[in-house]
Every structure is written in C-alpha cells, then in structure tokens.
Design a protein around this ligand. Sequence first.
Ligand code: DLZ
Length: 295
Amino acid sequence: MIKGITLVREVASADAHESLGRLLLSLGFEQGKGWDDGTGRGTALLAPLGNLELVSGRAPAVPPILIEVFGLDAVHRAVHQWMLSNYRSEEIETLLSGPELTHWNSRLFTVKLSDGTSEGLTIGFWQSENPLHGKPAAIEGDLSAAGMRIAIVTARWNAVITDRLLQGSLDAILRSGGSRADVEIVRVPGAWEVPSAARTLAETKRFDAIITIGCLIRGETAHYEAIYNEVARGIGQSQQDTGIPHAFGVLTCETLEQALDRAGIKAGNKGFEAAVAAIEMVSIQRKIKASEDGK
Ligand code: DLZ
C-alpha cells in the first residue's frame, strides 16, 4: 500500500531553489516530475531508496534530512565547490562541517543553507563504514573447504589441458582448507564419459560436491556441438537428480591455444574456478538447510 516518502522543504528564493536543485542533481538525484502552478513551483529530486526510521532509546542522528551517498569525500568536495560560488568563504567555515565519524559507524558532514528562514535548511550527507550496509540480506557461501568431501572427474582426452585444470582444482581445494585425503580423483576416457562417472559418484552420497573436468576443441572434435550439448546436459541432470552440487569445468574452445589460456596461461584456470564454485555451493547448501532446520 505504501508507495514512497516525500520530504518537503521550503527554499527562500527562486535563485536558491535553482542553484540547490542543480547541486543535488549533479550529486546523483534523479529529476522527478515537479510542478509549477504560477504561484510557486516544486522540484522533485528522486533518490534510489528512501526509508522512514523510528528511533528509541537514544537520540536520533541529526539533522533530520540525511542523504546517504557513496564517495563521501568527493561529495564533500563538490558541496564545498558549490558553496564557493554561493557563499562568502568566511561563511562556509561555519555552514559546512568536515566529514566526521558518528556513533553509528558512519561518517557524516552537514551543510547548513541559509535560505532566509529562521532555522535554515540543514542537510547531512553520510556514508556507512560497514561494507555490507544496505546490501539485501542474503545467504552467501563461504570459501572454506575444511571437512568437505569432493570428487573430481577428469577426462584423459587433451590431458595437457585437463591435467592443468585438475591441478587448478586441487590447488583451490587445498588452499581453501580442504584435505587431499577427502578428495577422490576419477579419470575417464573423454568428456563424453564425464557425466556418467559424475552421476555414479554423486549417487554414492559419499561426496559433498563433484567437480567435472574436460576439454573439447572444436577444430579437432567431430560432432563438437552434439558432444558438448550432451556433456553439459548430462552433468546438469546429474546435479538436479542427485541434489549434489556439480561444478562445470569442461572447456569448449575453438583452438588448443584458447584452451591453454583457460588452463592457467592467460585467462585464469577454469579448474580452479570450478572448485571454488563447488566449495561455495556446498556451503550455500548447508546454510540453506541450516536455516530451514532452524525454522
Ligand atoms: C572422440 C573424441 C574427440 C574427437 N574429441 C574429444 C575432445 O576434444 N575432448 C574429449 O574430452 N574427448 C574427445 N573425444 C572422446 C570422447 O569424449 C569419448 O571419450 C569417446 O568418443 C569414447 O566414448
């Protein structure tokens, strides 16, 4: 039912109205639908988010108009610059404060606009010091592989590539706190065989995640598209049917050079990336289950 919040403030003169509007638009407000009925006018400045905050038990943050920003220092410089063209420099010192830490883990500066009214119009610009502030609450996986049992299925075809991907996966697991004793490596002839081995491993329920590794090179692989589609479908289906996360580390490349690039030369190591994804998915799965159990 609620649509939005509007704060209305009077500005003393048409010039101040114009100038303040320009400043706020330059800082990132979006121009909304204003009004002008001949007797007065309103400028609507839209922010991406707004909220009404009720406070008890301690004094609320002042001033009542608080604008949350990114890059507080840059905003402060822009406001200072704007004030230089609207106020005398000795006035600015009393009207514009420097950014300071607040008791609510943020930095804030205030600017008082002497707009002709007795109180003036004071705006606080602030930025949270908490990097997670404002992010929607979400379940996110950790990157700790400690105690995770992981199976890696790797194809022997194009072993010059798949061995590097395998090394990348092991590297990621061990560096994330996993143990070599908890990792089982299964070698299959080619990419075609990867899904079936992955499913067999997943069905044992002995593993928290399966990492699949292979390398298909278009120029050297007959029916490249057909094989690739089946491999991708088979791995995806095994993941969905068994509920065990399967990370996809099967490269599909135009050339051997491109494959080498993705196996640790120029474009990262996709085996490493697949292992990180597997670890994260196991962690996410555990957290989702834990949150369900806690209900
Ligand atoms: C046959 C074949 C070909 C032509 N190319 C590849 C490839 O690029 N990458 C790969 O992993 N495997 C290839 N294979 C082997 C098939 O995946 C499969 O192992 C065989 O057809 C036996 O079923």
